[in-house]
Design a protein around this ligand. Structure first.
Ligand code: URA
Length: 319
């Protein structure tokens, strides 16, 4: 193969790969994601969000021994290694992709009809729905304490990452557990996925400060692994108490792990998303995790559909 043909082949491979990761149209300057025209595109920011240059930084290709490299033509492996996803984002993507391939379409959707046993000591019997709460978010935070050692995540975390936001929010977002940025900054959803979550919130005409944002687990799991059942069950009751205080009209639960943990279901996010579920009198909309959207921007379309339903419910309830 002469050098020119090799360059063309490399470029073709590069384009194929960019398409695989969701970049549907390419320009000379920037890889751009453009939604298909048959979809309603209501909010420029969220709809046109594309991985930034930082997201898709193309590092200088390392030359494999004996192979002539063109500096203008990074190979697929170079591009792969240059898509700098955090461990959590890679894991979220893997989970959500795996979940899709493992789903059994015939299985009935089951969600929790009682709040888990672990919450009963803190909460009492919840079989009849969310109790009236006479505590404040401050009381709950104080109860958790800054040095919580209720599970082994305390051994590796930097700090407890408590929920944030408007205590009277109509809308609540629930994720899985803090990642590296959150562990350092002490606030949920402040990394790349968090910035995308902020765009999603703004896409439905709200501000981040208007909503309430929390995680099932408040401490970062080592290597961003998925929180274990014992870790989730010891931490989740605090979130449930917050739900009882805030009493949002809608909860958006982000990603497979958070969804399965909150709703105590084995049904995957791909089947659950897009429809409201009733969670003790609160409407819950499961949708994809923003970290998954960073990996596969085409999924933003589904999230946008889900969020439009959420906006509709919030607008109707405000009338
Ligand atoms: N992912 C989550 O699920 N929660 C965070 O706070 C950050 C990333």
């Amino acid at each position: 193969m002469d050098e020119r043909t090799e360059l063309i082949e490399d470029l073709k491979e590069q384009i194929r790969f960019l398409k695989e990761i969701g970049v549907d149209s390419l320009s000379a300057d920037l890889p751009a994601y453009e939604p298909e025209p048959d979809h309603e595109l209501a909010h420029a920011d969220f709809q046109t969000y594309v991985p930034t240059e930082e997201d898709l930084a193309v590092s200088k290709p390392a030359s494999p021994a004996g192979r002539k490299e063109s500096p203008r033509s990074p190979r697929r492996s170079d591009i792969l290694s240059s898509v700098r996803l955090s461990d959590r984002e890679i894991r979220d993507t893997a989970n959500e992709t795996l979940e899709r391939s493992e789903e059994k379409p015939a299985e009935p959707v089951r969600i929790a009809t009682h709040m888990e046993d672990a919450s009963e000591g803190l909460f009492g019997d919840l079989s009849k729905g969310l109790p009236e709460s006479d505590e404040t978010l401050g009381d709950i935070r104080q109860d958790i304490g800054p040095d919580c050692t209720r599970c082994k995540l305390c051994e590796t975390r930097t700090q407890v990452v408590n929920s944030v936001g408007n205590p009277n929010a109509d809308l609540m977002f629930i994720g899985e557990a803090p990642g590296a940025d959150e562990d350092v900054q002490g606030e949920p959803f402040v990394g790349r996925a968090g910035r995308l979550l902020t765009k999603i919130i703004e896409a439905i005409d709200l501000k981040r400060e208007d909503v309430f944002i929390g995680n099932i687990n408040r401490c970062r799991p080592p290597d961003n692994r998925r929180p274990m059942a014992d870790e989730a069950s010891v931490c989740k009751p605090f979130l449930l108490r917050e739900i009882a205080v805030v009493r949002p009209k809608v909860i958006v639960v982000l990603g497979n792990t958070a969804c399965q943990n909150l709703l105590e279901t084995n049904t995957g996010i791909t089947r659950l998303r897009g429809k409201f579920l009733d969670y003790f009198g609160i409407k819950v909309m499961p949708t994809f995790h923003p970290a998954y959207l960073l990996r596969d921007p085409r999924k933003k379309r589904e999230v946008w559909e889900d969020l439009k339903l959420v906006r509709e419910v919030l607008n109707d309830s405000a009338e």
